[in-house]
Design a protein around this ligand. Structure first.
Ligand code: FES
Length: 153
């Protein structure tokens, strides 16, 4: 074998080794396998819902409760989905706690006092600070027995 032929064959072999290494490294994506699936949470339930028990929570108009990052509050009598609102429990501006203010008919942030309507729209932006907030997400609700469930989407 001549020197030039030897170098060419060495180069081809090296290229094949590198290609094989790259292909085997890329063969498994980072989200393959059960270890990358979302944690189903306690009891294997759906992590995209939040549930409260109407036999103990939200008995009176104006009552509020939080579960799984959702603020629930009652706006009318009766246990129908239309009697309740479910929204984010944390303000999108800088993470203040949101509360329902029944007397003012609005959701209020306890950090910079942004205020939101029951449809999530912004009534007042952050006070005494910089930055803006956004419309709150309003989650659909359903009732099964005494359980009020919000679907987080
Ligand atoms: S954190 Fe809610 S208005 Fe700033």
């Amino acid at each position: 074998m001549e020197r030039d032929e030897f170098i060419k064959s060495l180069g081809l072999g090296l290229a094949l080794v590198c290609t094989g290494s790259c292909l085997s490294g890329c063969g498994k994506s980072s989200n393959d396998g059960p270890e990358d699936k979302p944690d189903p949470g306690p009891g294997g339930g759906n992590t995209n819902t939040a549930t409260i028990d109407l036999s103990t929570d939200l008995k009176a108009i104006g009552d509020q409760a939080k579960a799984n990052g959702v603020l629930f509050f009652r706006i009318a009598a009766g246990n129908t989905a239309a009697s309740f609102v479910a929204t984010e429990s944390i303000c999108p501006h800088q993470g203040g706690n949101l509360v329902w203010k029944q007397a003012d008919n609005r959701i209020q942030c306890q950090l910079h006092f942004s205020e939101y309507a029951t449809n999530g729209s912004v009534l007042q932006g952050p006070q005494g600070t910089t930055g803006n907030t956004r419309t709150l997400k309003i989650y659909s609700t359903s009732i099964s027995g005494t359980k009020l469930t919000a679907t987080i989407a």
